[in-house]
Design a protein around this ligand. Structure first.
Ligand code: SF4
Length: 110
């Protein structure tokens, strides 16, 4: 998997989140709270690869979530390795977040 360019929209998004996210902005309940397994489409399929219908549904749930910026930043900071970036978070598939993680780690931006 190739890292993203420094001006890729996801890298720019994370830079913006890091600069602007304040504790006061973190208000609300995670939209996935009722069904956290939904955000692991690989588990839904039972095949080790994402179930695409479940993946699309999880992305839709994230799009209605008030905590997407926090969710993305928290995972990238806390996950501890690209192999642990799994499932859907912040409306993004795991492949997109894995590339983002590798880029941020390479740039020292985690
Ligand atoms: S953005 Fe994060 S907290 Fe919100 S629904 Fe998606 S996975 Fe859950």
């Amino acid at each position: 998997m190739e890292p993203l360019s420094a001006d890729h929209p996801l890298v720019v998004r994370v830079r913006r989140i890091k600069q602007t996210l304040r504790a006061d902005d973190v208000v609300g309940t995670p939209a996935c709270a009722a069904d956290p397994d939904l955000h692991h489409p690989d588990r839904v399929s039972g095949l080790g690869c994402p179930d695409h219908k479940a993946e699309r549904k999880a992305i839709t749930v994230c799009q209605a979530c008030p905590l997407t910026d926090l969710c993305l930043l928290q995972e990238l900071r806390e996950v501890g390795g690209v192999e642990h970036v799994l499932g859907v978070r912040a409306g993004l598939k795991q492949t997109a977040r894995q590339a983002l993680y590798l880029t941020l780690a390479k740039e020292g931006l985690l």
